[in-house]
Design a protein around this ligand. Structure first.
Ligand code: ZN
Length: 190
């Protein structure tokens, strides 16, 4: 991919699932996964290409999706992830999610590697864009389970604590013991 750009009209990142059983992707490379999902969308649904910009496999690997103009850049495409939400949206999809519902926990359907990869991809897109973008799940714009977790609360969990409060600093038992001995010693001297 050449130096990627996120077009100015892209203001939203939307997360999806593939609605596949966890076992489905396990034996496939990310290239095979993208190829198969492309076949579903093109041959079975009659779309012009795979719906998503990126597909994230169970091992956290990223597969490049929709690239209708074949320029190697998936960010400039109008996806096909959600009706009325395509022109301005970059669609990311996770393998898995079969039979899930909107209020499931992330780890019911997805791997820790997918958690890391999805967070990184969301961050990377905004870094490339040089601006904050809205991040949402498909289930926020449609009466669907997809992606079978609540994206806003999952994202909120990503926020690292800004600073370690003093009370939370680990008490080193040895240091505490030395401190106690020292203060006892001082008391005895006075
Ligand atoms: Zn979806």
């Amino acid at each position: 991919m050449t130096k990627a750009m996120i077009p100015a009209h892209k203001d939203t990142i939307m997360v999806h699932c593939l609605d596949t059983p966890a076992s489905w992707a396990k034996t496939k490379s990310i290239a095979q996964i993208v190829k198969e999902v492309t076949r579903w969308h093109v041959k079975e649904r009659g779309w012009s290409g795979v719906a998503y910009a990126i597909i994230i496999g169970p091992d956290g690997s990223l597969g490049k999706g929709r690239d209708l103009d074949g320029d190697g850049d998936v960010w400039d495409e109008t996806g096909a992830g959600a009706k009325g939400w395509n022109k301005n949206v970059i669609h990311l999809a996770l393998t898995g999610g079969k039979g899930g519902s909107a209020d499931d926990e992330f780890n019911v359907h997805y791997t820790p590697e997918q958690d890391v990869a999805l967070r990184k991809q969301i961050a990377d897109i905004q870094t490339i864009a040089g601006r904050k973008m809205r991040v949402m799940g498909h289930n926020q714009v449609s009466a669907k389970g997809c992606p079978c977790f609540d994206v806003p609360s999952w994202l909120a969990r990503a926020k690292a604590p800004t600073a370690t409060p003093p009370a939370a600093r680990a008490v080193n038992p040895l240091a505490a013991l030395i401190q106690a001995i020292l203060s006892a010693f001082k008391r005895n001297r006075s």
